[in-house]
Design a protein around this ligand. Structure first.
Ligand SMILES: *Cc1c(COP(=O)(O)O)cnc(C)c1O
Length: 358
């Protein structure tokens, strides 16, 4: 199989081999050392402050989103959320569920967030800002520099869901003054799903420690205390932690996040050039490097996602078709993929075209 989906993505043999081993017991000095090393590596890859902390939580990316809302905010907050698709809406739903006052900036599906839209919310009484920096459902990447300036001007705590954007688009926790970055094991980290990673700035840690979390499993304060000795309160997804360790070290050895971002961005450019030969187009001007959302110039009556999967063993992601019937698929560029893999997808599309299906 050749997987261009947006998570889980293709894992390298290094990661696959670790997954084939017996799961070791974890209350050991050896495993503590791995956890401590992962925390340090993760902080380096997001350019975090020395006093920042990273939590490795067993759960999918959404567990990172929900636990952040539960631990960082309370009913005295007023949170502004960028809502341009499924993941932005998820934060709105989470804040409402946990009684955190919030408003959302509604961005049309597939559109960029402009300065004019953002500054309509200038000088209000918000305390915090949440953005899915890549809104994976549309592929849109919001402007982190613009958002960072806005949050600094308005003194807002900044929470960035970078689940699909981490290692695909540049983000610097200190320079961009980000207080929380959330990511997950199954996107550009190219491991199986099961671990959410939350990096907290010193300011966010202070908030966590002064807040009450009404959950035992999701309590960050407990995780941070256990993390000092390289342990977790409960049994983690041990094998994925080991896979992440190998992957984080590999990224560091290969030149760090900048090198991985360049690799993913080169792959995205390569694909975007090659797709131009079809009656398709890439319309969005602010796409993340992680994903290319492809539209058809005409409405197609074939389901290319199904044909590619069933007849070519190539997996791409579906696109939301309730609003945009000409949006045909989303192609991911994260994980163990090469430009030769892009060629295989292009060749399959050429074949489908030759068969007269579009
Ligand atoms: C994938 C993703 C998540 C996490 O989704 P899960 O299915 O819970 O792992 C969260 N936010 C964004 C922007 C994502 O792309």
């Amino acid at each position: 199989m050749l997987n261009f989906a947006l998570g889980p993505v293709m894992s390298s043999d290094l990661i696959l081999n670790i997954g084939a081993q017996q799961t070791p017991y974890f209350r050991t000095p050896e495993f503590s050392k791995i956890n401590l090393e992962n925390e340090q590596l993760m902080k380096e890859l997001v350019f975090a402050d020395e006093d920042a902390r990273a939590i490795f939580l067993t759960g999918s990316g959404t567990s990172g989103m929900e636990s952040t809302v539960m631990n960082v905010f309370n009913e005295n907050d007023k949170v502004l959320i960028v809502n341009g698709g499924g993941f932005g809406q998820r934060f709105v739903d989470l804040c409402e569920l946990h009684n955190i006052p919030c408003d959302d900036i509604k961005v049309d599906f597939g559109s960029c967030l402009t300065k004019e839209m953002l500054y309509e919310y200038d000088n209000e009484d918000y305390t915090a800002f949440i953005v899915n920096i890549c809104e994976t459902s549309s592929g849109v990447h919001y402007d982190i520099d613009m958002i960072s300036d806005f949050c600094e001007k308005n003194n807002l705590l900044l929470v960035v869901d970078a689940v699909s954007s981490f290692l695909a688009d540049y983000i610097n926790m200190v320079d961009h003054k980000v207080d929380v970055i959330i990511t997950g094991s199954q996107k550009a980290l190219a491991c199986p799903p099961g671990i959410a990673i939350i990096v907290l700035s010193p300011k966010a840690i202070e908030r966590v420690n002064n807040n009450t979390c009404k959950s035992m499993y999701f309590d960050f304060e407990d995780m941070l205390i256990n993390g000092v000795r390289g342990q977790t309160p409960y049994t983690p997804a041990i094998t994925i932690i080991l896979q992440l360790n190998a992957r984080l070290k590999q990224i560091k050895d290969d030149g760090g996040s900048e090198a991985e971002i360049k690799r993913i961005s080169d792959l995205a450019c390569d694909f975007r050039t090659k797709i131009e030969q079809f009656p398709f187009e890439v319309r969005c001007k602010c796409l993340s490097n992680a994903v290319t959302t492809v539209h058809s110039k005409e409405i197609l009556d074939v389901n290319l996602v199904e044909i590619l999967k069933n007849e070519y063993d190539i997996w791409v992601s579906t696109a939301r078709d309730d609003l945009s019937k000409d949006m045909i698929f989303r192609v991911g560029h994260m994980g163990d993929l090469t430009s030769e893999d892009n060629d295989k997808l292009i060749d399959a599309l050429k074949d489908i075209q030759k068969r007269g299906l579009f």
